[in-house]
Design a protein around this ligand. Structure first.
Ligand code: ADP
Ligand code: MG
Length: 705
C-alpha cells in the first residue's frame, strides 16, 4: 500500500470505509490478489452462445436473445410477471414470481435481452422459469462464466471482476521445480498461470464434466499444489520444533518407572510395551516430543501415560497432566495417583491438583509447590495452563482427550525455563484415520494401542425401537437381580421445545418407578442415580463414587459418562435417542461396558422421525455401530459420514484445512506431496517458503508457535 496516501488514516476509519462487498471479501479471507486467484469456481454458466428457440429442446439449459414483446403482471392465482420474448425463430415466456417494480420496468416491450435458464414446456408453451437475464449489449463472452463460492453481500459480478483483476496482478510464478511436476501423476504440462486461467475462464469447448468433478488436469494441478503447501507447512513446523531444545530424560535404574512397573496389578500388553518404547525413545532425545497416543476406549492409555510421567520425574523434571473436565481428571487419574503418590512421598515430593473449583488456599498451596518444584506431577483441568501457573522445571506435558483442547491451549503448556521446551504427549480415544494422519496430522508422530488388555468380553450391540422399552426393562431387571450395574444415557437434561428429547430427570424418575421392588442379590433395593452437567461438582463426585462402589444400580446420565468411567461390573449400556449422537460418541459410550469378565450389551434406542424413518446419516451411524466394534474402523466411517472439516473439530482452527483436495480421491497426489515436501524444503527452501505463504498466508504461523 502507498504509505503516503493513507498515513493519516486511522485503521478504524479505514475499516469503516470498506464497502459492503469489500468487507465480505475480507470475511472470506480473500485479502491478497493471490487469495482471490486461488478462489476457484464451484461451477460454470455458458453465456458464450445463443440458441435459437426453434432449435432448442425442452430440458435444455440455454441462452436466448430476443426482443421483449410484452411484460405483464398477472394476479389471478399466484402473482407473477409474464414476459413474452421473441427471438425471431419463436416466442418464449419468461415467468417471475419474485420481482421488483424496477425489474418490471426494465423489461419494457422493445428491449433486447439475453435470458438464461432451463427450457420447459409450460402452460404458455416454451417457458423459462426465473431466468437470469441482462440487456443484450456488447459481444458474447468468449469463455464460460464462473460461479464462485460467495456469501451474502458479495454479488457474483463483483467477485468475478475482483478475481479477473487479481489474476492479472497476482504473482503466479512457479514455486515447484519441473522435476517435481514431472513426477506428479495425471498432470498436463503448463504452469500455475495456465491452470488458473483454465479454471477461472475455461474455453467453451472444455469437457465441463471434468471441471465439475474436478478431475481435469488443471484441478489436479491445483489440488497437488494445495496438498504440497499443507505438507510443507507441517514439515517446516517439524523442523522448527527439532531445532528447539527439550530435556533428555535418561532412564534411572530402580527409579519410579521401575517401581511403578513392579507395582502394577497386571502385565502390560504387547501394544503398551511397544508404544512405551516409542515414547521412551522420544524422551531420551533433545528435541521435543510431539506425539499422539491413540487407542480405543479401554486400551490402557493411562498406564502408558503414567509410565511416561515416571520417566520424566526420574530424570528430575516435572510432569503436567491435563484433562478436559474435573470428573474426567479424577476418574482417569485416580489410579495413577494411587500408584505414584506413595512412591513420590518417599522422595519428599508430591502430586498437585489444579482445578477451577479449588478454593483460594488450596490453589495457593498448589501453585507454590509447582513453582518451587516439589510438585513432581501436576494433574488438573484447563487450570493447569492458567496464567499464574509457573513450573520450576516442566519437562513433559500429557494431554488427555486432546481433541477437546484447541491448538492454542496445547501450545500454552510451556516450561518456565528459558530455551527448554517440554515434551508433549497427547492422548485420544478417537483414532485418526490413516488419510487424515498423513495429511492434517503430518506434524505429529503417532503411537497406536491396537490391542485391548486380555479378559475383555466382546460387547453385543443391539438396535431397538423406543417403542420396545418394556422388553428392555425386563432385561435390565434381570441384570440388576444378578448384581450387575447399568448406564442409561439421555441426550439432554431439560425438555427442549425444539428437540422434544426425553430428559434425564424424568427418565430417572420413570426408571425408579419401573424398578420398584427390584432387588440385587443381597436383597438391597436397587438405586437409580442421576448425573448431569448442571449438578454441582461435589454432588457429581458423590454420585460417581456411589456408582463405582456398586451402591447405585442404574446410573442415568447425560453424556457426561463419556468421560473415562471405569466400572467393570457395569454390563448394560442403554443409549436413548441414539440416532442423535455422533458416531465416535456412541462408540465411546459403548466402551464404558465390556470392561469385566461378564458378557455386556449395548442397546441403542432410536426414535424415527415424523415420517417414520431415520435420516440417512443417522442410519449410517447406527449401522456402523452394529457392524463393527473396532475403533479404527469406526473412525474411518465417521470421517466418511462427516467429512474432514467436522471430524477435525477444534483442530480446524489450527491445521491448514484443505479446500480443494479430497483425501479419498486424491490419495495419489497426497503421496506425491508427502514424498516431495521434505526434498523441496531441503533443496529449495526459499521457493518452498514462497509456496507456503502463497497458499496459507498468515494461517501457517500457528504451526511455528
Ligand atoms: P483408556 O485407554 O480408555 O484410557 P484406561 O487406561 O482407562 O483405558 O484402561 C482401562 C482399564 O484397563 C483400566 O482399568 C486399566 O487399569 C486396565 N488396564 C490397563 N492396561 C491393562 C493391562 N495390560 N492388563 C489389564 N488391565 C489393564
Ligand atoms: Mg483414558
Amino acid at each position: 500500500m502507498a504509505a503516503g496516501a493513507h498515513a493519516v488514516t486511522e485503521p478504524t476509519a479505514r475499516a469503516a470505509a470498506l464497502s459492503g462487498p469489500q468487507k465480505a471479501l475480507r470475511k472470506l479471507g480473500l485479502l491478497r490478489p493471490i487469495d482471490l486467484a486461488l478462489h476457484l469456481p464451484l461451477r460454470y454458466e455458458d453465456q458464450t452462445r445463443i440458441t435459437p428457440l426453434a432449435q432448442a429442446q425442452p430440458g435444455q439449459t440455454l441462452q436466448l436473445e430476443g426482443t421483449v414483446r410484452s411484460a405483464e403482471v398477472r394476479s389471478g392465482g399466484r402473482r407473477q410477471l409474464q414476459v413474452l420474448l421473441d427471438d425471431g425463430s419463436g416466442c418464449c415466456t419468461l415467468l417471475f414470481f419474485h420481482f421488483s417494480g424496477a425489474q418490471h420496468k426494465a423489461l419494457a416491450p422493445g428491449t433486447r435481452i439475453r435470458a438464461r435458464g432451463e427450457l420447459r414446456h409450460g402452460l404458455f408453451g416454451p417457458t423459462l422459469l426465473h431466468p437470469q437475464w441482462q440487456r443484450a449489449e456488447g459481444e458474447l463472452p468468449r469463455s464460460l462464466t464462473p460461479v464462485y463460492p460467495a456469501s451474502a453481500g458479495l454479488p457474483q459480478a463483483y467477485l468475478r471482476r475482483a478475481i479477473a483483476s487479481a489474476l492479472e496482478r497476482a504473482d503466479l510464478s512457479e514455486t515447484v521445480p519441473p522435476q517435481a511436476w514431472a513426477d506428479c501423476p495425471g498432470l498436463a504440462g503448463g504452469g500455475l498461470r495456465a491452470a488458473l486461467l483454465g479454471l477461472h475462464q475455461p474455453p467453451p469447448e472444455v469437457a465441463l464434466a471434468s471441471l465439475e468433478d474436478r478431475s481435469h488436469p488443471a484441478w489436479q494441478r491445483l489440488k497437488a499444489e494445495e496438498l504440497l503447501a499443507q505438507q510443507l507447512a507441517q514439515w517446516q513446523a517439524r523442523q522448527l520444533r527439532a531445532a528447539r531444545c527439550a530435556p533428555e530424560m535418561a532412564p534411572l535404574a530402580g527409579g519410579l518407572h521401575a517401581q511403578l512397573l513392579a507395582r502394577l496389578p497386571f502385565a502390560l500388553t504387547a501394544a503398551q510395551r511397544r508404544v512405551g518404547a516409542e515414547i521412551d525413545a522420544d524422551l531420551q532425545r533433545r528435541t521435543p516430543m510431539h506425539r499422539l497416543l491413540q487407542g480405543d476406549v479401554g486400551s490402557g492409555k493411562t498406564v502408558v501415560a503414567a509410565l511416561a510421567a515416571a520417566r520424566a520425574i526420574d530424570a528430575g523434571w516435572q510432569c503436567a497432566l491435563m484433562a478436559p473436565t474435573e470428573i474426567l481428571a479424577e476418574q482417569h487419574f485416580g489410579k495413577l495417583i494411587d500408584w505414584l503418590q506413595p512412591l513420590l512421598q518417599v522422595q519428599g515430593r508430591h502430586i498437585a491438583w489444579l482445578t477451577g473449583s479449588q478454593n483460594k488456599g488450596q490453589r495457593t498451596q498448589a501453585l507454590a509447590g509447582i513453582h518451587d518444584g516439589r510438585a513432581a506431577l501436576v494433574v488438573g483441568t484447563h487450570a493447569v495452563i492458567g496464567e499464574q501457573v509457573q513450573f520450576a522445571r516442566l519437562g513433559l506435558a500429557l494431554i488427555d482427550e486432546q481433541h477437546r483442547f484447541g491448538v492454542a491451549q496445547r501450545l500454552a503448556l510451556r516450561s518456565a525455563r528459558e530455551g527448554v521446551e517440554p515434551h508433549l504427549l497427547m492422548m485420544s480415544a478417537t483414532p485418526i484415520p490413516r488419510t487424515l494422519a498423513m495429511s492434517h496430522y503430518a506434524d505429529l508422530d503417532i503411537s497406536s494401542l491396537d490391542e485391548l488388555p486380555p479378559g475383555r468380553s466382546p460387547i453385543l450391540t443391539k438396535l431397538l425401537s423406543a417403542s420396545r422399552r418394556d422388553e428392555l426393562l425386563s432385561r435390565l431387571r434381570a441384570q440388576l437381580a444378578q448384581g450387575r450395574q447399568a448406564y442409561w444415557v439421555c441426550p439432554l437434561i431439560e425438555d427442549s421445545e425444539a428437540l422434544d428429547l426425553r430428559n434425564a430427570q424424568s427418565t430417572a424418575l420413570e426408571l425408579a418407578a419401573a424398578l420398584e421392588g427390584c432387588a440385587g442379590p443381597t436383597g438391597a433395593p436397587v438405586q437409580v442415580g442421576l448425573l448431569h452437567a448442571r449438578l454441582p461438582l461435589a454432588e457429581k463426585k458423590e454420585v460417581m463414587a456411589r456408582f463405582c462402589a456398586g451402591q447405585i444400580g442404574v446410573l442415568v446420565s447425560t453424556t457426561v459418562v463419556e468421560v473415562g468411567v471405569d466400572v467393570p461390573n457395569a454390563t448394560l449400556m442403554v443409549i436413548e435417542h441414539a440416532e442423535r449422537f455422533g458416531l465416535s460418541q456412541l462408540h465411546q459410550l459403548r466402551g464404558r461396558v465390556g470392561r469385566g469378565q461378564a458378557a455386556s450389551v449395548c442397546v441403542l434406542l432410536y426414535e424415527p422421525g415424523e415420517n417414520g424413518r431415520l435420516g440417512e446419516a443417522a442410519r449410517a451411524r447406527l449401522r456402523a455401530m452394529l457392524e463393527t466394534a473396532d475403533g479404527f474402523e469406526i473412525a474411518r466411517r465417521d470421517l466418511e459420514i462427516r467429512g474432514p472439516g467436522e471430524f477435525l473439530g477444534a483442530r480446524q482452527s489450527g491445521a491448514p484445512m484443505l479446500r480443494f483436495a479430497d483425501l479419498e480421491h486424491d490419495a495419489h497426489l497426497l503421496d506425491w506431496a508427502r514424498a516431495w515436501a521434505p526434498r523441496l524444503l531441503a533443496e529449495q527452501p526459499q521457493a518452498a517458503q514462497r509456496h507456503i505463504e502463497r497458499w496459507l498466508g498468515a494461517k501457517s504461523d500457528f504451526l511455528k508457535a
